[in-house]
Structures are given as C-alpha cells and as structure tokens.
Write a protein of this length. Structure first.
Length: 459
DNA sequence: TTGGGG
C-alpha cells in the first residue's frame, strides 16, 4: 500500500529559513562528492544544489544511508534531484540540509537536455504528480539559460600560483589515474597554467651518481599516454597514499574541485598531496569555473607565446642566442610527443643539471678535444636529457675558451652562485634549439636522443 | 552517530 503523498516544494531560498524543519525541494546538482564511509556506521556523500532562487550560493545537502547502493549516485553535475522531507540545519552560522535515511527520500533525473520524468535512481517508488513534473520542467527551462556555477572560494588558486606547503583549492581536469608501480597510484591533474619554477637543491657533483629524475613517477609514462595529454600547461602529479586511495581511485576523468590540497617539492618538481581534510567535488564541464579555465587556456593558445613558460615573460634571458629567430617555440612535451623520431625544435627551458659538472671535463679528450656534456632541461611541462656534442659544443661555448671562462658560462646557464656550488640554484629561462635523433634504426622510439644545435651561450 | 568545505 502506497501512502498518498502530496508534496509542497519550497524554493531553496525559502527552505533555508526553515531551520530544523522537514522540507521538500527540487534542485540542480551543481557539484557532488564521491561516496565515502562515514566515521559512524553509515555511508555518506554531499551534494550542492541550486535553483533560480539561490543561483549564487546554493545549499549543501549531506546524505547518510546505511549502505553504499542507497546513496544518490549522480551521473553528471547539472542533473536534477528531488528531495522529500530533508531537514534544514544550521551549523556554525551556515545552513545545510540533512538527508535522514529514515524519513527522507530522493529521486535523480537527467538535466536540461532530457524531457524524461522517470528518475534514473530513486530511494523509494513514487509516481510523479503533475505538480512535481511542473517543478522539474521549469527547472530544466531555467537551466537552459543558466550557466552552472558551483561557486568559487577565497582559497582557489590556479597551478600558476602554487606555493610550497600552502593549502589551497584547485579546479582542474583529472587527465588520468595511473598505477605507477605496484599498489602505488598517482593522479595527473591539469588546469592549463604553468606551475612556477622551483629552485634546484641537488648538488651538482651528485649528478653522475645520483641524477636529477626526469619525472616523479618511478618509470616514465609511455609516449602513447603522453600523447593524450595537453602539451601546454603543467601536469601536476598527486601522490595517492593508503588513506586517500579509496577516494582517489574512484575519480572519473574530467573536471573536479580539490578542496584543501597541498603541494610540495621533490627533486625540484611539484607534487600534490592529500591532507586529511582534502575533499573532492565533481563538476560539470559547463560549470563557469571550468569554462573560465578553458577560456584562459584557449586565449593563451591564440598568442604567439603560447608555448613559452609563463614565468619567462616577457622574454627569456638573453644569455643564449639561436640561428632561428623566427621559428616558434615548442614545449618539451611537444618534443616528447612529436610524431617523428627525427625533428628539430626551439624551446624555452631551464638547465637544471649538468654532467660532467666540472668545466675542464666538458671536453672528452685533451689531444682531440670533443665536447660531450649532458644537460637536464626543464620547462613547466616536462624534463629531458640532452647532449651538447662535438661541433655543436664549439658553437655553444664559442670555441674552446679557458677554464675560467667556461666555468663562468656554466654558472650563468645553471644559475650557480660562484661562491657556493651547493647552494640552491635558480637557472634562468633560456632558448635552445634541439634536434631529436635515434641511435638504433631498428628501434627508433626507444633509442631516441636529443642534442642542442645552432645555439650560442653569449654571456 | 556520521558531516557540516577551511
């Protein structure tokens, strides 16, 4: 026997004044959290809903159910949810709603593009009355001309504003969730901006035995995976530990908001870490905060300097010159993902390590001098090893200068303070021409290497 | 009960 039910729906703005009362509401889900186990006995998720009356703030709804399958599983932000008998609460001066599993019900409907009144998930069987359908239909009509906006916060910052050990909110696209080694997972996040450069704290002398890594993951991502990533903008690696694993491994690829995430430095590279208070909210691709990120990125791509690190603006240092002034820049990820093994590029990079480090060793043989120096190059998108070899070295170093001159050149290029070789280095952005080639014709991609050419160190 | 975006 189904109870006869007649619901009166309150607008969100009216509902939030009904503290401690049970209300019925229909709203658009503007963002939602992934299901979690609560610290009590229940499962938990949170949703933020909006309607025409509350389009600048919305209402957080906390849902508790005794099993995972009873939680609302929103298919996409922008979908519509109908709640009955949820309790409006006030906590620390903020209003939220509590879904009481004993009395509350919900039903989820597709968003503005649908005309269906059949829920794709509901907590109880309930047939919509005309009034209910009117509410859903009018919400869809309103949504049609409304730009979803999950709201921003004072803590929000793009990757370009990263600071060490400072909690912040990040709106970004989850590009991939990878198992980087056995039972070790990593998230790859991107927001279209360049993370700022970090200083290099490794010792120059260690480079031979303990080289600066090219990436944080234990083995480099396959080229095919890199090819799916954007080649402009930093891809932040986030280490997934045991406590964040349950949450992180459910993450769909797409736009999300991380609340209270922190970034640290390792080997001069940024990586993100989950804090106990870190929360993830899934966003719609149409959310205004997402469209802002994409617009900023598209505007960047339209400029002539889209592939120059943004912290190199207005121009890289003039300590290097190339013979190809009119060639556009590429990023190091463009280099790594280029369709041909053999090619030429011009990049704006920092030289973060050098091997050998001692200028007298740049030439491999005293009798028959031959330059052979390995540089570790970095831009906001990647790191690569590259060689300064033979006649390219002659051009790069301007012949065969004295040890003092060569040492001075090295110090400028690497941002070394001459008094203390082990002090943190802050290398300048420099432009370099690179060519890629392979050592083994039968296995071109695995044996691909890079060399610097047509570039002069003029300092 | 839980969580309540800080």
């Amino acid at each position: 026997m189904r109870k006869k039910e007649n619901y009166l729906y309150l607008s969100i703005n009216d509902a939030i004044s009904c503290i401690n009362q049970k209300v019925n509401m229909v709203g658009v889900v503007v963002e939602y959290g992934l299901p979690e186990k609560s610290r009590g006995t229940d499962y938990f998720c949170t949703l933020k809903i909006m309607d025409e009356s509350s389009q600048s703030y919305g209402l957080l709804v906390n849902v508790f159910t005794e099993s995972l399958d009873k939680l609302p599983r929103v298919k996409s932000a922008g979908d519509i949810i109908r709640f009955s008998r949820i309790v409006i609460q006030s906590h620390n001066g903020k209003v939220n709603a509590h879904f009481n599993k004993k009395v509350s019900t919900f039903a989820l409907y597709e968003g503005k593009c649908s005309k269906s009144f059949i829920p794709y998930q509901s907590s109880s069987s309930y047939f919509l009355k005309d009034l209910d359908m009117d509410f859903i239909a009018s919400l869809r009509t309103w949504l049609f001309n409304f730009q979803l906006n999950s709201g921003t916060s004072e803590f929000y910052q793009p990757l370009s504003a990263l600071r060490e050990k400072k909690c912040f909110d990040l709106v970004c696209k989850v590009l991939r969730v990878c198992e980087v080694s056995k039972d070790a997972w990593m998230l790859f996040l991107w927001d279209g901006t360049d993370a700022p450069p970090l200083s290099c704290r490794t010792k120059l002398k260690d480079e031979l035995k303990n080289p600066l890594p090219l990436q944080l993951e234990p083995t480099p991502l396959p080229r095919a995976v890199l090819c799916e990533f954007p080649s402009v903008g930093t891809i932040l690696r986030v280490i997934v530990d045991k406590t964040s694993e349950k949450l992180a491994l459910q993450l769909p690829c797409g736009w999300v908001k991380f609340l209270n995430i922190e970034c640290e430095e390792r080997s001069g590279l940024w990586f993100g870490v989950f804090k106990p208070s870190t929360k993830i909210r899934i966003l719609s691709d149409e959310d205004s905060i997402v469209t802002c990120c994409l617009r900023r990125y598209e505007e960047r791509l339209l400029t002539k300097w889209d592939r120059m690190p943004s912290s190199a603006f207005p121009w890289p240092s003039h300590i290097t010159e190339t013979d190809h002034e009119d060639v556009p820049f590429t990023t190091l990820t463009d280099v790594l993902t280029h369709s041909k093994v053999t090619s030429k590029f011009k990049c704006v990079v920092r030289v973060v390590a050098m091997c050998p480090w001692y200028a007298d060793d740049f030439l491999s043989a005293k009798g028959n001098p031959l330059y052979r120096v390995r540089l570790t190059l970095e831009d906001p998108t990647a790191r690569i090893h590259t060689l300064i070899y033979a006649e390219d070295g002659e051009i790069f170093f301007g012949g065969y200068p004295s040890l003092d001159v060569l040492t001075g050149m090295r110090n400028k290029l690497l941002g070394i303070c001459a008094e203390d070789l082990d002090a943190p280095r802050n290398p300048p952005w420099v432009q370099l021409c690179l060519k890629s080639y392979c050592l083994d014709e039968s296995d071109p991609w695995s044996s691909r290497k890079y060399r610097i050419f047509d570039t002069r160190l003029v300092a």
